[in-house]
Design a protein around this ligand. Structure first.
Ligand SMILES: O=c1ccn([C@@H]2O[C@H](COP(=O)(O)O)[C@@H](O)[C@H]2O)c(=O)[nH]1
Length: 269
């Protein structure tokens, strides 16, 4: 079974397309966490509170690339797997051949054993190859990102009124020899989401609902390919407990936020 088969099974089992982003910003971790590895302690509680509603977890590598961070990430991924939830590492990698081959080990030999990864296509096909060829793992290639500057390059007309992001999508569809390729398309770009859905039959990871204020309806309507795809919220879920009176109330609020998003997205499925 490949990543997208596993994801489809998980979506069916949970009736959810929610990707819970595990971005444990040290400045926002609750003070009550008394642990040597606060990011791991936090993520464990978040996973306990949300796994019933999670089609996937998406830790962003930026929040783990220091001292104890990698250990926290390792523990987090293993724990999520223990709950039966696939893990997509949002690492946005992409580099020349030998470096890419090394980075691609994040998916297996590094000890992390992530199920899928996000990639930056700017350097071309050879930089994606070591991930594409791991046929049982998934890749999501940055296509039309959710940030304001996403239009700077991605919307550039490359001829015949075709913006670069559409060309990226078509190339990725052509490189999908193992049925393991998806695209990252932001919920803040609903028109582009619609255009891309007409253009390629790939599952999308749609970040940008929640804290970035993206369009949840468009995320679901255009993000899924035959029912498979992910709509991610990170801060809107994991920090939903801020202001709660105690630890239990904090993580109840986190669980409720995940459940609310699942129900909201399900209205459009
Ligand atoms: O276009 C993109 C690609 C990736 N992201 C990542 O998704 C989460 C979003 O976090 P929120 O707190 O829900 O805003 C974060 O890890 C981003 O780096 C994205 O937002 N947009």
């Amino acid at each position: 079974m490949g990543f997208f088969d596993d994801l489809e099974a998980r979506i069916e089992a949970t009736d959810s397309v929610v990707s819970v982003g595990l971005d444990p910003d040290p400045d926002r971790l609750p003070a009550f966490l008394d642990s040597e590895l606060p990011r791991w302690a936090f993520n464990r509680r978040v996973i306990d509170a949300t796994h019933e509603h999670a089609a996937c977890y998406k830790p962003n590598a930026a929040f783990y690339e220091d001292g104890d961070g990698w250990r926290a990430l390792e523990e987090t991924i293993a724990y999520a797997h223990g709950k039966g939830v696939p893990v997509l590492l949002d690492a946005k990698r992409g580099d020349i051949g030998n470096t890419a081959r090394q980075y691609a080990k994040l998916l297996d030999e590094s000890g992390l054993d992530a199920d899928a990864i996000t990639l930056n296509p700017y350097m071309g096909r050879d930089t994606l190859e070591p991930y594409l060829s791991r046929s049982e793992k998934g890749v999501f290639v940055l296509c039309r990102t959710s940030n304001r500057g996403g239009s700077d390059f991605q919307d550039l007309d490359i001829g015949n009124d075709k913006p670069l992001y559409q060309y990226v999508a078509q190339r990725c569809a052509a490189w999908n020899d193992h049925d393991n390729v998806g695209l990252v398309v932001g919920a803040t770009a609903p028109e582009e989401l619609e255009t891309l859905r007409d253009l390629v039959d790939l599952p999308f990871l749609v970040p940008g609902v929640g804290a970035q204020g993206g369009d949840a309806e468009a995320a679901v309507e255009f993000g899924l390919a035959d029912g498979v795809g992910l709509v991610n919220s990170s801060r809107g879920i994991i920090f939903a407990g801020e202001g709660a009176d105690d630890e239990d109330a904090y993580f109840r609020a986190v669980g409720d936020a995940a459940k609310r998003l699942k129900r909201r997205l399900d209205e459009f499925r």
